[in-house]
Design a binder for this molecule. Structure first.
Ligand code: F6P
Length: 327
């Protein structure tokens, strides 16, 4: 029989994602409904180690549902990767009699939570927050939809100038290990090509496709390049392609951290609210070391280790569609 939960702590860690604040609001207010005491940990695992915890009440999370970033701040902690660092963190939580944790973040955050739970037995629920969408056990992660919309808006603007000058643009979007942002941005912006971490390709193939597009009188073109693609940096790719094509005017844009900020989309706010609520209910129901997610509109619990290690596959039908329609 699991022990009754009375005092929980919530934190955000790793790269921020639009919708984190909406999830925090849902966690704090659900906890209030359930008569739990809730602490916010500042600066992710760093704050856990340093004891930077403060009590949160329902008013502390007012007027944040629409805000990007995370009001609890975030960090990527090296010290928490060590056993000693995790021992310090556990001692800080014990001082306040914390008996459950809600971790908001991506792969690195949930990996830390998984190890922490195994070492110290602290019940912990993960809420998938990352623009990369690379966690198994949820159709989308909090922040992904907003990031894709931001990237598409940026590409629409680039398209205007690309068309005016008949230029070939290489546009880098985020995604170190996963091509979700790149693929969805490519399809949503009608880009001619997309380079993904999940698909082997070569400069030769890319040049052939671009030349074929030129022959079809496509006077300007957009290539979406995922950060973690298999060929190299967007600048190297652009240079190599330029060297192999005649009369082509090439430009490069890196959208970068613009994708991580901004007001969350309606979709992300809803997802964050449902998952923040689900995380607190999961702790109360005695669950531990699972990530909450939504699949086919159904709430789902996935063991943390599966969420992190099982690769979430890109839907290759979408890639096929993007390629087929970019004629
Ligand atoms: O994991 C989210 C992410 O935005 C990746 O897409 C990107 O590669 C990385 O974080 C950038 O990290 P940082 O903000 O630490 O430079």
């Amino acid at each position: 029989m699991s022990q009754k939960i009375n005092r929980i702590a919530v934190f955000t860690s790793g790269g921020d994602a639009p919708g984190m604040n909406a999830a925090l609001r849902a966690v704090v207010r659900t906890a209030a409904h359930e008569k739990l005491i809730v602490y916010g940990i500042m600066n992710g695992y760093e704050g856990m180690i340093n004891g930077a915890l403060k009590k949160l009440d329902v008013r502390d999370v007012g007027n944040i549902i629409q805000r990007g970033g995370t009001f609890l701040k975030t960090a990527r902690s090296q010290e928490f990767m060590t056993k000693k660092g995790r021992e310090k963190a556990f001692a800080q939580l014990q001082k306040l009699n914390i008996d459950g944790l809600v971790a908001l973040g991506g792969n690195g955050t949930l990996t830390g939570a998984d190890i922490f739970q195994r070492e110290h037995g602290m019940p912990c629920i993960g809420v998938p927050c990352t623009i990369d969408n690379d966690l198994y056990g949820t159709d989308t992660t909090i922040g992904f939809d907003t990031a894709v919309n931001t990237a598409i808006e940026a590409v629409d603007k680039i398209r205007d100038t690309a068309e005016s000058h008949n230029r070939l643009f290489f546009i880098e979007v985020m995604g170190r290990h996963a091509g979700f942002i790149a693929l969805y941005t490519a399809i949503g912006s009608g880009a001619g090509n997309v380079l993904l971490p999940e698909k082997e390709t070569s400069i030769h193939d890319l040049v052939e496709t671009l030349k074929a597009a030129e022959e079809r009188k496509r006077l300007f073109n957009l290539v979406i390049v995922a950060e973690g693609n298999k060929i190299g940096s967007v600048h190297e790719i652009a240079k190599k392609v330029e060297a192999q094509m005649e009369n082509v005017d090439v430009r490069v844009t890196v959208i970068g951290h613009l994708q991580r900020g901004g007001s969350p989309s309606g979709y992300d706010r809803l997802l964050a609210t449902r998952l923040g609520y689900a995380a607190v209910e999961a702790l109360i129901d005695g669950h531990s070391n699972v990530m909450v997610g939504i699949s086919n509109n159904q709430l789902k619990h996935t063991p943390m280790a599966y969420a992190i290690k099982n690769e979430k596959e890109l839907n290759m039908e979408i890639l096929h569609l993007a390629e087929m329609l970019s004629i």
